[in-house]
Design a binder for this molecule. Structure first.
Ligand code: ZN
Length: 223
């Protein structure tokens, strides 16, 4: 896991908190038989989940159903609390594509018991992350294309225009609870098409048809 604790390698900004949003695309909420949320669903992954292009996702021995969730990842570049929706853009330092890897079987058991998702979302290697691109390269945060393929077969292909809570609203909402800091990341939710990955798979994710990309392998815990 080389260079995984930093973003924008030239500047070496340390990554702080990984905020993640659940069920932010209606079609994905439906595919897992979940209701549409009335406010953003927030959870946190440890920074030890982050891996980079060329690394491998490790399937933990405790799971038989590890899923990919491709997501647009926002890098916070400027601290803020109670940020207005209109000012949210000033706090964005970059965008990446990431995968919110999820042990779906462990998560399902946790949901049944109303337990937290930290274990299902938090194993080492469960947050592959691409290099960041400048907000200027992206433009409007409400029209970002994202996709993921496994062994060359497209599994997820979405656009942030379909988010229930758009990126500026997520920054406003999160900053009403937490003080956002430079180096914080926001995994903004996944579109439909989540599915199981297996040892030996090659997984490629992309923003804006290749503006920034990420390719990772998948292996078992004993390989
Ligand atoms: Zn997710």
């Amino acid at each position: 896991m080389a260079d995984v604790k930093f973003v924008n390698k030239s500047e070496k900004t340390p990554i702080k908190t990984l905020y993640c949003i659940g069920r932010n695309y209606a079609a994905h909420a439906s595919e897992l038989n979940n209701p549409i949320p009335s406010a953003p669903i927030v959870f946190i992954k440890p920074a030890t989940t982050i891996i980079s292009d060329g690394d491998d996702i490790v399937i933990p021995a405790a799971s038989n159903d590890v899923h990919h969730e491709v997501e647009i990842v926002v890098l916070i570049g400027k601290a803020g609390k109670n940020i207005a929706v209109e000012a949210a853009g000033e706090h964005i330092a970059g965008y990446a594509v990431g995968i919110d890897v999820t042990a779906r079987d462990i998560q399902s058991r946790a949901k049944e018991k109303s337990h937290p998702w930290a274990v299902a979302k938090g194993y080492d290697t469960f947050a592959p992350l691409s290099e960041f691109v400048s907000p200027n390269a992206i433009g409007n945060p409400n029209g970002i294309q994202l996709s993921l393929n496994v062994n060359g077969e497209t599994r997820q292909d979405g656009n942030s225009t379909n988010m229930l809570f758009p990126i500026p609203q997520l920054i406003a909402y999160l900053s009403g609870i937490f003080t956002l800091q430079p180096g914080d990341l926001i995994f903004t939710g996944t579109p439909e098409g989540v599915a199981k990955m297996s040892a030996g798979d090659k997984v490629t994710a992309s923003l804006e048809n290749g503006l920034t990309t990420l390719t990772v392998g998948v292996k078992g815990s004993d390989s």
